[in-house]
Design a protein around this ligand. Structure first.
Ligand SMILES: [Zn+2]
Length: 47
């Protein structure tokens, strides 16, 4: 079965594909289905 390929970027405040993920948190989920994280763009701008 297919696993979710989306995550929620907490900085963009939108769902993105994991291909764009920079960091994906293990601790939080958005609407249960989607892991939280930063996309590559936001990760680059995060200290
Ligand atoms: Zn982002």
């Amino acid at each position: 079965m297919e696993h979710s390929v989306l995550f929620y970027c907490v900085k963009c405040n939108q769902l993105k594909t994991v291909e764009q993920a920079g960091i994906v948190f293990r601790t939080g989920y958005y609407r249960v289905h989607y892991p939280l994280g930063y996309c590559v763009h936001c990760e680059h701008h995060t200290r």
